[in-house]
Design a protein around this ligand. Structure first.
Ligand code: XLS
Ligand code: NI
Ligand code: NI
Length: 443
């Protein structure tokens, strides 16, 4: 059955002058940018949950989107039959859009059963089908993850739950999902701390909960090696929502956690744009922090809303925001096992199936344009030259001695005899103009 009948062929690149809303204007998969094909730089992934497992339901009302494969609308009452239809729709979409990757939660692709064993069997059956679809289409799995937050059993978290029974259940679920990801050749495995946080300290033993979280992560790492999964394990930071406070607050908090528990060589981060801004950071800041810490893994590409303080998961629209992000990614050496996963959802009134295409085309063009701008900034070298010049003193005699062996007392006696340090301009506005110029000139 064909689900996306308004799009009969694969979306093509037509160039910036094109007026075709169903064509790429910037994303040209085979174009080589800074020594790498665009497709290999950007490593786009479509996410299963927002695009295929969500019908537009929000806390005020029922689903609105035209999603014939969704259990709410599917002609069949059999959840497994509906899951199979959903998978057909998803792979038809991946193929027509021309993305190399997709991502899923176990519960997105396979319905939960009565008991754990039944849920596991559902997943195994769907994994077999997914393997076939992957082989047929060439679409690969960027990452898998376990949904440890939707079911009521996880009301007080999974690994951080006050009840070890829930920890044990979640551990079993992750073991199964990690193995499924491995079987599908997934390149990463993600752990977003769904409800790993708290609502009130009045009933929460924070120290114990964070220790439990670390124990859980160590088990995941041990299991990864046990089964021979060579992909990266990634934690996805988020400051709050659904809980009032999430332990994996931001990249810096996750890095401190990983170091404290000896996991910094084993786990990296999946940075989501909207989570960065909710934490009070720029997207680029979170990437730079991760690159500096040696834990940069992957990106959930989306956008927040300047006036809304929750995870609205819009498709990326700001070339400037993404250029600054891509600049840090390129400075860090680019994506390796990671990719750009559209953890983005349509607005609830964008009800047509074709809206999924418009949204992804826009997001991919935004990121492609950002890549072009960022690589042209790096290529011309003007920004880096100015940045380097700003620190020139640190290569001089004083700078090197400070970093080597100068003591506070040495610097005290020096201060007694030297004058006021010379102040220079930071030229911020000039640098912002320079970024704007590179964006304007992307071709
Ligand atoms: C929620 C998260 C979630 C993860 C995967 O805010 O972004 O979608 O990416 O569990
Ligand atoms: Ni995400
Ligand atoms: Ni999110």
């Amino acid at each position: 059955m064909e689900f996306f009948t308004e799009v009969s062929e694969r979306i093509a690149y037509e160039g910036a002058e094109s007026d075709n809303p169903l064509a790429f204007r910037w994303y040209d998969a085979d174009r080589v940018v800074a020594g790498r094909r665009m497709e290999d730089h950007l490593r786009f992934a479509v996410c299963y949950w927002h695009s295929f497992a969500w019908d537009g339901l929000d806390i005020f009302g029922a689903g609105t989107l035209d999603r014939p494969w969704h259990p709410t609308f599917a002609a069949t009452a059999d959840p497994m039959a509906a899951a199979k239809q959903k998978m057909e729709a998803a792979f038809e979409f991946f193929e027509k859009l021309g993305v190399p990757f997709y991502c899923f939660h176990d519960r997105d692709i396979a319905p939960e059963g009565e008991k754990f064993a039944e849920s596991a069997a559902h997943l195994d059956e769907m994994i077999e089908l997914a393997a076939g679809h992957q082989q047929r289409t060439g679409v690969q799995l960027l990452w898998g993850t376990a949904n440890l937050f939707s079911n009521a059993r996880f009301q007080a978290g999974a690994a951080t739950n006050p009840d070890p029974e829930v920890f044990a259940y979640a551990a079993g679920q992750v073991a199964h999902c990690l193995e499924a990801t491995h079987r599908l050749g997934g390149q990463n495995y993600v752990l977003w701390g769904g409800r790993e946080g708290y609502e009130t300290l009045l009933n929460t033993d924070m120290k114990r909960e964070v220790d439990q979280l670390a124990r859980f992560m160590s088990m995941v790492v041990e299991h990864k090696h046990r089964i021979g999964f060579t992909g990266a394990i990634l934690i996805e930071p988020k400051p709050f929502e659904p809980t009032k406070h999430q332990y994996d607050y931001d990249v810096a908090a996750v890095h401190a956690f990983l170091q404290k528990y000896g996991l910094a060589d084993e786990i990296k981060v999946n940075i989501e744009v909207n989570h960065a801004t909710l934490a009070g950071h720029d997207f680029a800041h979170e990437i730079a922090t991760a690159v500096n810490a040696g834990i940069f893994g992957s990106i959930d590409a989306n956008a927040g809303d300047d006036r809304l303080g929750w995870d609205v998961d819009r498709f990326p629209v700001s070339v400037e925001q993404m250029t600054l992000g891509m600049l840090e990614i390129l400075r860090g050496g680019g994506l390796t096992t990671g990719g750009l996963n559209f953890d983005s959802k349509l607005r609830r009134q964008s009800i047509d199936r074709t809206d999924l295409f418009y949204a992804h085309i826009g997001g991919m063009d935004t990121m492609a344009r950002a890549l072009l701008a960022a690589s042209s900034i790096i290529e011309t070298g003007d920004l880096d030259a100015l940045r380097q010049a700003r620190y020139a003193g640190w290569s001089g005699e004083l700078g090197t001695s400070i970093m080597a062996d100068a003591t506070l007392a040495d610097l005290h006696s020096r201060a007694m005899t030297t004058g006021e340090p010379n102040r220079v301009s930071g030229h911020q506005e000039m640098l912002e103009n320079l970024v704007a110029k590179h964006i304007e000139r992307t071709r």
